[in-house]
Design a binder for this molecule. Structure first.
Ligand SMILES: C[S@@+](CC[C@H](N)C(=O)[O-])C[C@H]1O[C@@H](n2cnc3c(N)ncnc32)[C@H](O)[C@@H]1O
Length: 284
C-alpha cells in the first residue's frame, strides 16, 4: 500500500470539494478556514483516508492527478484546459522520448502536461516573451517536480526557434500566423503543428497562412465537455458548463508546397476548384 512520504505532494479536499495541494514536510502544517492539519499526522499514513482538523472538520487525503495540479496552478495568464491538453497529446502523438516545442509558456499548464508526457527521455523546449511569466512557469514546474524535462527560453518567437527536427510544435499565443515559417523550420518532415485560438476570425487568418506555409492536412476542432450530476436517481447534465475554451487547429509539415497543392487537388478536386473560385471572388 502506498503511504504518504515526506516530500510528496498531496491533495487535501473538504466535503464541499475545495482542494488544497501541499508538499509534505516534517513539522509543517496547513492552515485553512476549517482549521489546521499537521503534516506529521499524514506522513507514513495511507492515502485515500480522512483526517480531521483541530476544529473537527473532515478532509480527504489523496494523491493529486495531473488534472488536479493543472486546475490548481498559480496563474497570471489564461491557461489551457485539461480537456484540450489531453486531446492534443494524442492528436500530436506526444509521448515518452518526444521532442516538443511550445510558445508561449504562459503559466505553464500545457508545459506541465508536455513534460510529464515526454519524460523520461524526451524534452520540451518552451518559449515565453515575458520574464515575469517565465518565472511563474518555472516555479510551477519546479513545484511539481517536472522542470527537469523542460528548457525554458525567454524570447519573443519573432526571433525564431533554436531547435530543428522536433516531433511536434504547439503555439498558444495571439498571432500564430506570424510564426509559421519559424514553426515549419523547427519541425521534422511529417511533424505535428498545433495551435489554439479563441475566435473564428483568428482561425480563418491562421487557415489562410497555413496554406502558404507548407503545413498541410489541416483540421479545426473544438471539444465540449459536459458534466453530469453523479446521482443515480437523478442523473442529468449539470446546470452549468464551460461553453467555449478555444478552437484547436492541427496540421502536418509536408515537404513542399507542391505536395500540399497536390494533396488538396487529389483528395477533393471539385471542392478545391470551388474554394479557389470563391477566394478569387472575395480577393483572397
Ligand atoms: C495564453 S498564454 C499561454 C498559456 C499556456 N499555454 C498555459 O497553458 O498555461 C500566452 C503566452 O504567450 C506569450 N507570448 C505572446 N506572444 C509571444 C511571442 N511572440 N513570443 C513568445 N511568447 C509570447 C504571452 O506572454 C503569454 O504568456
Amino acid at each position: 500500500m502506498k503511504l504518504a512520504q515526506e516530500g510528496d505532494l498531496v491533495l487535501l479536499m473538504t466535503r464541499k470539494r475545495k482542494q488544497f495541494i501541499v508538499r509534505l514536510v516534517g513539522g509543517g502544517e496547513l492552515q485553512t478556514h476549517k482549521g489546521l492539519i499537521r503534516f506529521d499526522d499524514l506522513i507514513g499514513q495511507p492515502l485515500g483516508r480522512e483526517v480531521t482538523t483541530h476544529l473537527g472538520h473532515y478532509f480527504l487525503v489523496l494523491e493529486p492527478s495531473l488534472h488536479d495540479l493543472i486546475k490548481n496552478l498559480r496563474r497570471n495568464t489564461q491557461i489551457m484546459f485539461p480537456k484540450d491538453i489531453g486531446y492534443l497529446l494524442l492528436k500530436m502523438n506526444i509521448g515518452p522520448g518526444s521532442r516538443v516545442v511550445e510558445a508561449g509558456a504562459g503559466s505553464g499548464a500545457l508545459t506541465l502536461a508536455l513534460a510529464r508526457a515526454v519524460s523520461p527521455t524526451g524534452r520540451v523546449f518552451s518559449y515565453e516573451a515575458r520574464s515575469d511569466i517565465i518565472a511563474l512557469a518555472r516555479r510551477n514546474l519546479e513545484r511539481v517536480g517536472l522542470l527537469e524535462w523542460v528548457e525554458l527560453q525567454e524570447r519573443d518567437i519573432a526571433h525564431g526557434f533554436d531547435e530543428q527536427d522536433v516531433d511536434a510544435l504547439f503555439l498558444d499565443l495571439r498571432s500564430p500566423w506570424d510564426h509559421l515559417p519559424a514553426a515549419r523550420a523547427a519541425l521534422k518532415p511529417g511533424g505535428y503543428f498545433g495551435a489554439i485560438l479563441p475566435t473564428t476570425n483568428q482561425v480563418s487568418e491562421l487557415l489562410r497562412a497555413l496554406r502558404n506555409a507548407g503545413l498541410g492536412l489541416i483540421e479545426v476542432q473544438e471539444l465540449l465537455l459536459r458534466s453530469s450530476k453523479a446521482v443515480p436517481a437523478r442523473l442529468r447534465p449539470a446546470d452549468r458548463m464551460v461553453a467555449h475554451t478555444g478552437y484547436l487547429i492541427f496540421a502536418r509539415k509536408l515537404l513542399s508546397l507542391e505536395l500540399m497543392e497536390e494533396w488538396r487537388e487529389k483528395r477533393r478536386p471539385r471542392a478545391v476548384e470551388r474554394t479557389k473560385a470563391r477566394e478569387a471572388e472575395v480577393g483572397n
